[in-house]
Ligand binder design. Sequence first.
Ligand SMILES: [Zn+2]
Length: 347
Amino acid sequence: MALMLGIDIGGTKVAVGSVTKDGTVQGEIMEFPSPEGGPEEFVEALLEQLREARSRIEDDVLGVGVGCAGTIDWRERRVIESPNLPLEDEPLGERIAKALTLPVVLDNDANTATLAEVRVGAAKGKSHVVMLTLGTGVGGGIVLDGSLYRGATGSAGELGHTIVKGNGGLCLCGRRGCLEQYASGSALERYARQIVDQGRLTGAAMVEAAGEAQGAADTAADPPEDYAKRLRELAAADDLNGKSVGELALDGDAAALDAVAEVAAWLGAGLANLANIFNPDMIVIGGGLSSLGDLLLEPARELMEAYAIRPNGTVAQVAAAQLGNEAGVVGAALVAWEVLEDVTLPV
Ligand SMILES: [Zn+2]
């Protein structure tokens, strides 16, 4: 059977699987811890992991799709920079091609996840789709007229670094006011810490809008005494993070819900911008925060409708991603299936 290798390179793990043309994973997805060390050490160890993975697959492998966190020069098959990987200006695609003696396509991991959701996930059958991955940071991908949109060099879709607040919070990218600073797992943690330290969210213009949309929190009244009790317990145990705050919110904790509402408010603004630029059929929300489901998506969707011009805000469906852990491997392989059908890349 003809298969394409899908490789997903992230900050904590490297996942490899073989995938059919219709997006079905054959056998198990193999996982390796992401290599440690400097650039050369990292790449050498990675290539060793990939050779090992390749040797375990008996079927005919036609080529390789690689999804990697970071900014990618798609035509040069080069990583320009990556926040959590030592791959600055690294010709990663070419090096993997030489190591495996197979044609390789290198793309951004949010792009590959987006294509996977469009081909076999939440947005199956849709032609105009934008995806936001809300994890520690915020990634993005764009599918227009059924194809991934990569821009002039391959770094389109950096939706997490669209600016939602002029001169706002400092972002890991070195710039200020990015969506990632307001609607990510790390933002959720920051809002929860603010509630722990100050008793409530302060200076949060957006949270009132979110409160209205949800018919929830009256931010003007003094919160009850046991408000934020469980957030304080998490903080005291050094266990306060986006995941634990999200779990509390799902359990109905009022303070955690207020922190989620703040994320939803900023997300609503981000979604409205995307709806106005792209007029998509659907915006897919992936990443860790998508596990909050309608707790996050419903108020964000209502705000998008309120903020975006008609009909963009009402046309765009907002849905949680469906593919979970497999998305990286499946999407990387699907990118390779699509590209390698049209062009022959050098090995
Ligand atoms: Zn940024």
